[in-house]
Design a protein around this ligand. Structure first.
Ligand SMILES: CC(C)(COP(=O)(O)OP(=O)(O)OC[C@H]1O[C@@H](n2cnc3c(N)ncnc32)[C@H](O)[C@@H]1OP(=O)(O)O)[C@@H](O)C(=O)NCCC(=O)NCCS
Length: 156
């Protein structure tokens, strides 16, 4: 259990994602992203070894989620999103911290992610928590087509 910022009036807990969360998560994903993941992508994260997810839960239900996978010694942050109504209350920070713990525990030396260069909010968030741009992957995203910045954070 972790609390969000003290000055916010919400209480958030972080726990492992469950299949019973998927209806809310898929609805949030569709509301937030122009190129949303299908339900099956979240199901994969629940069912595959070395993949997983966390949700941030308030009295209103799921208000944020994040997914991870581990390949060899690489951790991957594959998705993270917070409901618009709950942003800037440290919800993503707590989700990211949970993913850093699990990927470190699985002996990862670093964690990678992809982000649209136009997504300045997410880039600001990732930079705050120690991610740097590694390289640019051309035309990685569709709908709309855009390059991806691959960002990395090395564990000490
Ligand atoms: C990126 C996102 C997950 C951040 O979620 P959040 O819960 O609002 O982030 P936090 O409150 O934990 O932010 C922690 C810090 O990150 C930085 N940050 C977060 N959002 C920011 C923004 N919009 N502009 C500038 N800095 C920001 C700030 O330093 C912030 O600390 P502060 O509020 O004390 O200034 C959220 O904006 C989101 O869901 N965006 C849409 C989905 C998305 O783009 N996901 C990433 C795909 S690659």
């Amino acid at each position: 259990m972790k609390s969000a910022k003290e000055n916010s009036k919400i209480s958030i807990s972080i726990r492992a994602m469950r299949s019973s969360d998927l209806e809310q998560i898929v609805a949030m994903e569709r509301a937030i992203f122009p190129d949303p993941w299908p339900r099956s992508a979240f199901e994969d994260h629940l069912n595959q070894d070395g993949w997983g997810g966390f949700v941030a839960v308030s009295d209103e239900g799921v208000v944020g989620y994040a997914c991870w996978m581990v390949v060899s010694d690489e951790g991957h942050l594959t998705n993270i999103a917070v409901a618009k109504s709950h942003r800037r209350k440290s919800v993503a920070q707590h989700l990211l911290e949970a993913i850093l713990v699990v990927t470190k525990d699985k002996s990862c030396e670093f964690i990678l992610l992809e982000v649209r260069p136009s997504n300045e909010e997410a880039i600001a968030f990732y930079r705050k928590y120690g991610f740097d741009v590694l390289y640019r992957r051309p035309s990685y995203y569709h709908n709309p087509v855009e390059d991806a910045l691959v960002m990395v954070k090395y564990f000490d």
